[in-house]
Design a binder for this molecule. Structure first.
Ligand code: B12
Length: 270
């Protein structure tokens, strides 16, 4: 299913940059991009998932559970309590709200949850994220980024977390949403002073959208790189095209944006 895109990208890199092609082959690019031979996902019982993902802190675990159950009012109430107790909003997003949606997504992936469950958990998590963002409202803004999900892709849960964490770390975030064409990103970059663009995709079929965006920006705004993340994206994939930086997690995206603002080029991340 994924092989056409994978082969096209590998082939174009081989012709363009044989040295880098060889290096990436050594790092296992074919496996990473194609996920050839990947085993069927095993079913993990809910209790084990909770043990793996949920935080040890009981108050945080209650928030994770309320996100999992899609109980927005409870999430809002419990998050407020933690914020009033002086807990760090970024810590609450990463370690209390996110684990709830992660378990829900695992259940969905295993066929144990359905689209409405995902949507309710997502809405519950966003209720908590909004409160955390409000709490951080007055921190000084140090830079500007754009967040988007590649054209054709509607998966925006991870992107929303990235946008929230960038904002919590002092970045003005223009969130273009999901299913965003490269031209729209480029237009927004041209109309504003943007330090970095953060793009994500979760499907193999929509990975080319990130390539197209990075390459278009290289022509239109060469100082603005695209930080790429999301479950379908690997360093091996991102290293096949120019003007892009692989950022595995939201917090790595923050440190990458900080480095880009001080003049570090995408090439130095390779
Ligand atoms: C939730 C979900 C959905 C929801 C999306 C709701 C929403 N608003 O996002 C719904 C039900 C709508 C959906 C629909 C579809 N889905 Co779906 N979905 C998932 C699922 C279960 C979870 C994804 C998720 O949100 N994870 C939780 C978040 C927090 O994780 P994350 O996005 O990876 O983000 C983290 C990191 O990656 C990183 N990150 C994320 N973005 C970014 C960006 C930057 C810049 C950075 C630095 C980091 C970063 O930080 C985040 C926090 O750690 C995955 C399977 C899975 N377990 O991953 C399938 C999955 C992604 N879906 C899949 C598919 C095929 C589809 C559908 C085509 C139909 C279907 N079979 O379900 C449609 C697609 C419609 C479309 N055109 O987009 C496939 C994709 C396969 C592939 N590799 O191509 C997957 C992998 C399921 C599977 N095993 O087959 N899906």
């Amino acid at each position: 299913m994924r092989s056409d895109i994978v082969i096209e990208r590998i082939e174009s890199l081989r012709l363009r940059d044989p040295k880098r092609y060889q290096e990436l082959i050594k790092e296992g690019m074919a496996y990473e991009q194609g996920e050839y031979g990947k085993e069927e996902k095993k079913k993990i019982p809910l209790q084990d998932l909770e043990k793996e993902y949920f935080p040890k802190d009981a108050a945080y675990a209650k928030i994770s559970k309320a996100v999992l159950d899609g109980k927005k009012a409870d999430v809002v109430k419990l998050t407020k309590e933690q914020l009033s107790a002086g807990k760090d909003p970024v810590d609450i997003v990463s370690n209390a709200l996110m684990p709830g949606i992660q378990v829900q997504c695992e259940l969905y992936d295993q066929g144990e949850a359905y689209v409405p469950n995902i949507l309710m958990s997502n809405s519950a998590m966003l209720g908590g994220i909004d409160l955390c963002k409000e709490k951080l409202g007055n921190i000084p803004r140090t830079g500007k980024v754009i967040t988007f999900v590649a054209e054709g892709d509607l998966h925006d849960i991870g992107k929303n977390i990235v946008a929230a964490i960038m904002s919590a770390n002092g970045y003005d975030v223009t969130d273009l949403g999901r299913d965003v064409p490269a031209a729209k990103v480029s237009e927004t970059v041209m109309n504003d002073k943007i330090d970095m663009v953060c793009g994500s995709t979760l499907m193999s079929t929509t990975k080319p959208g990130l390539v197209e965006t990075a390459e278009l920006l290289l022509k239109k705004a060469p100082k603005v790189p695209v930080a790429c993340g999301g479950a379908a994206v690997s360093k091996q994939f991102v290293d096949t095209f120019d003007n892009a930086i692989y950022t595995k997690s939201p917090l790595i995206t923050v440190s990458t944006a900080n480095a880009v603002r001080t003049g570090k080029s995408w090439k130095e991340f390779r």
